[in-house]
Design a protein around this ligand. Sequence first.
Ligand code: F6P
Length: 459
Amino acid sequence: MKRIGILTAGGDTPALNATILGAVVQANHRRVEVFGFIKGFSSLLNPRVPHLRLNPLFCTIPELDGSRGGTMIGASRDYVDHQDGETIAQIVDRLRRLHIEGLICVGGDGTLNGMQALSDFLPTVLAPKTIDNDLGLNYRHEPDEWVRQACDNPPGHCYARSPSRTRFDLEHMVNYVTPGFATSVFVSAWGVQRIRTTAESHRRIAIVEVMGRNSGYLALGTAYGQPDIVLVPEHPLDVDRLVERVLEVYELQKNVVIVCAEGVVDACGNELGNETASTDPAGNKVLSGAAEALRQILIQRLGDSYFTAKRRNESARAAIFTRKVGHTQRGGRPILFDRFHGAQLGSQAVDLLLEGHVNGVSILMWNRQRGFHVGACSGNDFRDRWGLIHPRQMHLSFYDTEVLRPSRMGVDYLLPIFTNAIGPDDMEDVHRTLFCAGNLTQPFHSVNVDVNKRICFLE
Ligand code: F6P
């Protein structure tokens, strides 16, 4: 291969530039040109295919900085529909005219679906990214545990997991963790620590909502911020147990911090935060409002008198507040773990393409002997028997439903990722750059301005 393409699809993560850089550095070694496609699949859907050369003469362009969050080539939630043969043929023709011989897609489960449609026509490899940590398998045959039933509204099928009898070991996980997750947990855990002191001072109950869609990994990791309670989507909300635990903690310390995953579900399996019933362009449900729904439940169950009787607060409404970590947990500088492993996965994706993988996935594995190391599998390994890829959910054994916090197994899962996740330079960077006098006087210079000057089009 002489020329390959790379694109970043889906929501951004802090590790995307690190992954692109890892790919480009490896491509330089192997004398392969890399074209970056602008805004994910959107570029390929556009007849002009906006793109740029990431390594002219096998030298990485200076705008590609692996310690910068986001993606310098842009991202979007546009996807290729595998049933739309006409569009796929157009894309394949555009890639052929650009002499692209292989494609790396940096993305999650949705990206893998779009990429697979192209893999019948040219070699493709996925380099994983997602802050949600939901691309992967807890064990190899997990997709076989999905069952489906016909449903009327909307007409089609609905999918559910059959109860698992698998004996689970951390070493069985396929793609143990995805770059972007560690930085995201870093931000949310820090946010929880900061909320704590204000909740303590004002005798309040704070509900901090974190992202993650229907997967509880981000909420689980946020336990590093020492919240009193963590609520994950994999275990339906037990309101009685929650209220009981809130009261126990509040009686003791006059403040409670609850971390709530945006995808938490009630006893019937309905998402608390699915208030608008809308979807994004990739068809994902937009989840907003889980924390607020939880707040209403607590206001009702605790009542004003609980707070006023002992002059702890003026009302339940005043005492219970919500905050979303929101997009701050998806942006900004990646911490060491994500920079290092993102780059490794990007580099591995190039090697897989050059080794002739078609529909390959570059993955991060972990075992007790070797620690983290890169590996490879096929996109098909993630599909259930009907061909569908389901986002990975946190393994049930990672959570203790009695104490409403990570279980011993959950702790064991997190330790290898986070023990050395922050590098000395991560803190040094804050010290060096945040209160820099120039920040007050110079306008922000976006990398998009420089990248724009390099964009080329297919004539
Ligand atoms: O999938 C990543 C993610 O950050 C989710 O955790 C979250 O629900 C969603 O994207 C938010 O998407 P958007 O940025 O499009 O609002």
